[in-house]
Design a protein around this ligand. Structure first.
Ligand SMILES: [Ca+2]
Ligand SMILES: [Ca+2]
Length: 251
């Protein structure tokens, strides 16, 4: 099917295969494959658009007439991301197809996620996710920012991913994650996944989850979680890390 296999991805085994936790040994670079790329909704969204194209479509004309924002040179993007040149090219091709203006807006994110998660309400989650990608907060995401974000999420180190997650959780981007912010993100993910959430997750409400996380993460008990607290706690606590994985499975 064309849907994200949320349930399969949520299993803790998925996490363990990616992180070698013995004696805090180093993050191992995952094997890169098209299959792993295609687990990502955003990637599926743009790749699908190019494969649906008819054989008679004229790419050259399309590029000349429609593309207003060229990427900053593939060389530079290749250096900034962990994508190959070929991957960047196909991502760009799909991106141009879906977004001829060269920019993605929040509405598009909402459409993408409501397509992948039709059983729930993806509106709020799409809003938060969009804001995490939209670094300069101008309401649109350029191709460059889009692939740099994807590169971190799909192929970044654990620390890079956690930094990205922190940025997602820090809704007002003030450098601190409050319990309310964490609850808002978790609730939005639960809302989006609807009835396809794992039974074990359904039993715990988002509120209970957040309470547990927050107790562990707010090490100095000042009511907010900093990036250092976040990263340290996540890296030391396997169960938190597994739960943090939740967000990674809905991108
Ligand atoms: Ca905040
Ligand atoms: Ca704190």
């Amino acid at each position: 099917g064309g849907r994200c296999s949320v349930v399969g991805l949520l299993s803790p085994g998925n996490l363990c295969s990616r992180i070698n936790n013995s004696e805090g040994s180093k993050w191992q670079r995952p094997r890169l494959s098209r299959k792993s790329l295609m687990k990502c909704c955003l990637v599926k969204w743009i790749i699908a658009s190019t494969t649906q194209q008819g054989p008679d479509s004229s790419d050259n004309d399309f590029e000349l007439s429609m593309v207003r924002h060229q990427p900053e040179g593939l060389d530079q993007l290749q250096a900034q991301t962990k994508f190959t040149r070929k991957e960047l090219q196909s991502l760009y091709r799909g991106f141009k197809n879906e977004c001829p203006s060269g920019l993605v807006d929040e509405e598009t994110f909402k459409l993408i996620y409501s397509q992948f998660f039709p059983q729930g309400d993806a509106t709020t989650y799409a809003h938060f996710l969009f804001n995490a990608f939209d670094m300069d907060r101008n309401g649109s995401i350029r191709f460059e920012d889009f692939v740099i974000g994807l590169s971190v999420l799909l192929r970044g180190s654990v620390t890079e991913k956690l930094r990205w997650a922190f940025n997602l959780y820090d809704i007002n981007k003030d450098g601190y994650v409050t319990k309310e912010e964490m609850l808002a993100i978790m609730t939005s993910i639960y809302d989006m996944m609807g009835r396809y959430t794992l039974p074990s997750l359904r039993e715990d409400s988002p509120f209970e989850h957040v309470e547990k996380f927050f107790q562990k993460m707010d090490r100095n008990r000042d009511g907010v979680v900093t990036i250092d607290e976040f990263i340290e706690t996540c890296q030391k606590d396997e169960s938190i890390m597994a739960s943090m994985q939740l967000f990674e499975n809905v991108i």
